[in-house]
Every structure is written in structure tokens, then in C-alpha cells.
Design a protein around this ligand. Structure first.
Ligand SMILES: Nc1ncnc2c1ncn2[C@@H]1O[C@H](COP(=O)(O)OP(=O)(O)OP(=O)(O)O)[C@@H](O)[C@H]1O
Ligand SMILES: Cc1ncc(COP(=O)(O)O)c(N)n1
Length: 271
């Protein structure tokens, strides 16, 4: 929570050269939510809407340096964590989190596979993610396949949320993009809350999880409690999927959190 009118929110995540997911989606979501966005890049991906051609992990010291630089000068009102990739990156992020003020809300989106099917977390890094990061985050936002991988079961969202809560995060929010009704499920250790919303089957969903977890971190920084922040994030993500830019690329188009299409329609024709 912050006293300032415009909170500053940090994304620790990978870069998607196609502009659909990762830090590019995070910065758009932060802007859409009215907060200042900052970044600590964990990996560069050479990526488009159909696949990931190459991944370059950023040196652990450089990841910590990015976090220190923004924390020292600007301050961090909330953190969103996305693509991590390797054990060394996870260790660096754990070190960096230790240096932030106690009580800084942290949202962890346990990114494992891209919408186009490319692996974004090494199999041997799953244990590090569970042991080093899950116990220290405010909210984790797995989708159903990610939650099943973490738990090692085929259960549905409510059971998965309860099982992941036992691993240490204060809240678990299983996202519904892969469920029939697109309902998100929040568990706080006692109560399970369903967060329903219209499903948009014809939307474009590349970057939906990144947009959702960033909007959640933004609303925590704005002072909402986790349940209200989860409802606000669901609205931002669902709208971004509904308005998604299906015409961008040959694969799954990027979400549109900023109303780019609506803005383009209002602009006078350039020629
Ligand atoms: N087709 C859809 N219609 C409405 N809401 C959606 C749709 N797809 C995803 N959402 C919403 O977007 C948010 C992100 O959920 P999702 O489960 O897609 O995350 P994800 O699978 O991690 O995303 P990504 O594949 O981009 O990492 C959730 O709030 C979810 O309910
Ligand atoms: C750098 C980066 N971070 C996250 C995702 C996941 O997003 P999606 O599942 O929509 O492809 C991605 N593709 N690339």
C-alpha cells in the first residue's frame, strides 16, 4: 500500500520481442491501471505470436542491480514476477525480494509455457520456484495447467488452490482462462471465493496471464485488498482478451489492455 497518488510497480519478468506478453504486456497493464511501471528483465526472448526462437537469461547480478536501482531512487509499491527460466534467476529474484521493504505486496505468476507452446521454465527450476519464492509471495496466480504441475495432480481449481496454499503463499488465485467458464478461484487459507466473468472465446489471449498478474499488483499498490484487487484484475484481463488484436501475427494475437484498437478507430485517417 502507498500514500502516493501514482504508485510505482515493478515487473520482474522476461521480454517478449513480439510485444504481446512479458514485460511489454506488464507495462501496458500498469499504464491501463494508472500506476507507474518499472522493470527488472530476467530474460530476453526472440518471440512472436507463433513461437519462441531463442532465450537469453540475464546475469543474476544484473537482475538484482535492476531491482536495487529502482528501489533506491523511486521505491517499489508492489512487485509482479513473471518468466524466470532458470534456477540462477530464481535465486537472484529471491535475493532481490529480501532487500525490499517488509510488507511490499508480491504477485507471482508461475509462467511455465508460452501460449505458443514453448517452455519458459526449466524443469529443474520448478523446485526452486516452489521452495524459494512461493513461501514469500502475497498472491500466486497459476492457470490450471501450471497449478496441476506445481501440485502434481489432475484436480480442479478449488482443490489446487488449497494444495498450493499449503506451500506458503498468503493467497492463491487460480486463473480461469483454461476453464470452461473462465472463472478465477481465490483461496485465502480459509475461504474459497469464485470470481466469475463472461468468457470471450473469440478474443485474443497472448499475454492474458501477464496482464492479469500485473493488474493485480497494480491494484494492490493502489490499496485494494487482495479479493477486490483480484476482481479488478479479472475485469482488466477479460476486457483485454475481448478487445485482443487478432490481426497481429499469424498465431494467438496479443491482448489489448490499453484500448489500442478503440484509439485507432477514433483517429482521423492518416492518408
Ligand atoms: N477467453 C477469455 N475470456 C474471458 N476472460 C479470460 C479469457 N481468457 C483468460 N481470461 C482471464 O484472463 C486472466 C488470465 O487468465 P489465464 O488463465 O488466461 O492466464 P494464463 O493462462 O496464465 O495466461 P497466459 O497464457 O497469457 O500466461 C484471468 O482472469 C482469466 O479469467
Ligand atoms: C517473456 C514471456 N513471458 C511470459 C509469457 C507467457 O505468456 P503467454 O502464455 O500468453 O504466451 C511469454 N510468452 N513470454
Amino acid at each position: 500500500m502507498t500514500e502516493r497518488a501514482i504508485p510505482a510497480v515493478l515487473s520482474i519478468a522476461g521480454s517478449d520481442s513480439g510485444g504481446g506478453a512479458g514485460i511489454q504486456a506488464d507495462l501496458k497493464a500498469f499504464a491501463a491501471c494508472g500506476v507507474h511501471g518499472m522493470t527488472a528483465i530476467t530474460a530476453l526472448t526472440a518471440q512472436n505470436t507463433v513461437g519462441v526462437d531463442a532465450v537469453l537469461a540475464i546475469e543474476p547480478e544484473m537482475i538484482v542491480a535492476q531491482v536495487r536501482a529502482v528501489a533506491r531512487d523511486i521505491g517499489v509499491d508492489a512487485v509482479k514476477i513473471g518468466m524466470l527460466g532458470t534456477v540462477a534467476t530464481i535465486e537472484a529474484v529471491a535475493t532481490a525480494l529480501d532487500e525490499l521493504d517488509d510488507g511490499t505486496p508480491v504477485v507471482l505468476d508461475p509462467v511455465m509455457v508460452s501460449e505458443s507452446g514453448a517452455p519458459l521454465l526449466a524443469p529443474d527450476a520448478r523446485t526452486a520456484l516452489v521452495e524459494l519464492l512461493l513461501p514469500r509471495v502475497t498472491v500466486t496466480t497459476p492457470n490450471v495447467p501450471e497449478a496441476r504441475t506445481i501440485v502434481g495432480s489432475d484436480d480442479d481449481a478449488p482443490e489446487l488452490a488449497r494444495a498450493i496454499h499449503r506451500l506458503g503463499p498468503r493467497y492463491v488465485l487460480v486463473t480461469g482462462g483454461h476453464r470452461e467458464q473462465a472463472t478465477d478461484v481465490l483461496f485465502d487459507g480459509e475461504t474459497t471465493t469464485e470470481i466469475p466473468g463472461e468468457r470471450f472465446p473469440d478474443g485474443a489471449a497472448h499475454g492474458s496471464g501477464c496482464t492479469h498478474s500485473s493488474a493485480l499488483a497494480a491494484h494492490l499498490a493502489l490499496g485494494l485488498d487482495p479479493a477486490d484487487a483480484a476482481r479488478a484484475a479479472k475485469e482488466v484481463a477479460a476486457r483485454a482478451v475481448r478487445d485482443g488484436l487478432r490481426e497481429i501475427g499469424q498465431g494467438a494475437g496479443p491482448v489489448d489492455a490499453l484500448g489500442i484498437r478503440a484509439g485507432a478507430a477514433e483517429r482521423p485517417a492518416a492518408r
